[in-house]
Design a binder for this molecule. Structure first.
Ligand SMILES: Cc1cc2nc3c(=O)[nH]c(=O)nc-3n(C[C@H](O)[C@H](O)[C@H](O)COP(=O)(O)OP(=O)(O)OC[C@H]3O[C@@H](n4cnc5c(N)ncnc54)[C@H](O)[C@@H]3O)c2cc1C
Length: 412
């Protein structure tokens, strides 16, 4: 991204507030179809592509990958992405009760592991390539907005204003614009922290993603490109997380080894540790006049199923489809028919996933014998009935439901 040096008022049709993974993808999706936007972020463009900014890797579903290809990001990522060939779920470190093997469906990998730093670099590079269609205003913090007769005015902390027909927020969980519009959110904290770290290991991962349900919460071991590195998402009780985060490298790696077991050989830590407080947050409405919510500003969920960004990408694909239609028909981009459709379409899907992740986390983040028995029986049933298992595999791949065209490989 390159910063806009002017300090005058800006007028635009579409302004996207938040240039993270969702906002950046949205600007690119629109640009790909000739639609201009202004992209605002409070961070200087270089900050979010620094290697220490975001240590996570995202499990991108098969349909998410189709979208990334449609908006020009996949050529930057293909060689750096790790195909997910198998998913193995176990209760505790040893008892395997669910095994998804991509060969059972014969439709290619179940998804891809992509390091967020690579995704951020790809987005930044494509934004630069599309600078004629994407006007970047950064660093610039949005502090509020108001709606006038036929437009909305976004107010920046430095006193500038951006007038637009449509304001899309992709500000993440703590959205200033959602608050300013009075769109209510429901949610709760899980009293859990996700500790994220990358490990190198002497034995190959063979493209297998593991999820272990431990008493404090899920512990995911996710394969990264190259065969001998994995990303860990270690869900821990908030009260214990600080203790683990403060350990010296050797003790931290011993704690990891205790949870991972021996199958990856000798382990070592690569790069810093990161931590994220976990909670669920869901907006009651996604549209208020000329304002639309996307990504985590609309729905922030537990990472137990690696679906938060995938939902945000579905928001992107749906909104691009609707806005490109509006522009081709010469309609106001904030035409209520399109925005209502977006809200109905995306809210139902997001709510379902938020509910599923909430239930899974509650069911699996405890060690009560009766609950363990019930969940193991339930997952054993899924594992042993082939059609049921294939249904759940397709859910993990993001290929079921009312998918937007760009996630089905269909052009607009
Ligand atoms: C540990 C962990 C692991 C995860 N793993 C996965 C996974 O495997 N797969 C998956 O699909 N999802 C995963 N997720 C979820 C995923 O990371 C998020 O859903 C996604 O990053 C949300 O992106 P976003 O762009 O909506 O928000 P954010 O990433 O929060 O971006 C918001 C942007 O808005 C800017 N901004 C905020 N406020 C303002 C303002 N007032 N003015 C200007 N700019 C502003 C910020 O600077 C930032 O750039 C995981 C989440 C966690 C915590």
């Amino acid at each position: 991204m390159t910063a806009n040096p002017t300090h005058t008022a800006i007028a635009t049709d579409i302004v996207i507030v938040g240039g993270g993974l969702v906002g950046g993808s949205l600007a690119l999706g629109l640009a790909r179809h000739g639609v201009k936007s202004t992209l605002v972020d409070r961070l200087p463009p270089a900050a979010s592509i620094s290697p220490t900014f975001d240590g996570r890797a995202s499990a991108i579903s098969a349909s998410g990958q189709t979208l990334l290809a449609a908006i020009g990001l996949w050529p930057h990522l293909a060689a750096r992405a790790q195909p997910i060939l198998d998913i193995r779920v176990s209760d505790g470190p040893s008892l395997l009760f669910l095994h998804y093997d991509h060969r059972d469906l014969g439709e290619g990998p179940l998804g891809y592991m992509v390091e967020n730093r690579h995704l951020r670099e790809a987005i930044a590079a494509e934004i630069t390539t599309n600078s004629a269609l994407i006007n970047v205003v950064a660093p610039a913090t949005v502090r509020g907005f108001h709606q006038v007769a036929d437009s909305a005015v976004v107010e920046l902390a430095d006193g500038r204003e951006i007038t637009a027909k449509l304001v899309i927020t992709a500000e993440g969980k703590a959205s200033t614009l959602r608050e300013a519009a009075g769109l209510r959110v429901t949610g709760w904290n899980y009293a859990q922290t996700a500790i994220v770290a990358t490990i190198a290991h002497t034995a190959p991962h063979n493209g297998i993603a593991h999820e272990r349900f431990l008493p404090a919460g899920p512990f995911a071991i996710l394969p990264l490109q190259g065969g001998h590195r994995s990303s860990l998402v270690w869900t821990e009780a908030q009260s214990r997380a600080e203790h683990y985060l403060a350990l010296c490298d050797d003790r931290f790696v011993s704690e990891i080894a205790e949870r991972v077991g021996a199958f990856l050989g000798e382990l070592s830590l690569v790069g810093p540790r990161f931590s994220y407080p976990l909670g669920l947050q869901f907006a009651a409405g996604y549209v208020k006049g000329r304002l639309v919510l996307t990504g985590d500003s609309a729905h922030a969920i537990h990472p137990i199923a690696g679906q938060g960004l995938n939902l945000g990408l579905r928001d992107v694909a749906a909104l691009v489809e609707i806005l490109v239609d509006n522009v081709h028909l010469g309609l106001d981009p904030a035409h209520p028919t399109g925005l209502d459709r977006y809200e109905r379409w995306r809210r139902a899907d997001n709510l379902l996933m938020a509910g599923v992740t909430d239930i899974l986390n509650r069911l699996f983040s405890n060690d009560i014998a009766a609950v363990r028995l019930a969940r193991d029986v339930g997952l054993g049933v899924i594992n042993n009935i082939a059609p049921v298992k294939r249904f759940f595999m397709r859910h993990a791949m993001g290929t079921v439901g009312d998918l937007p065209k760009l996630m089905r490989g269909v052009g607009l």
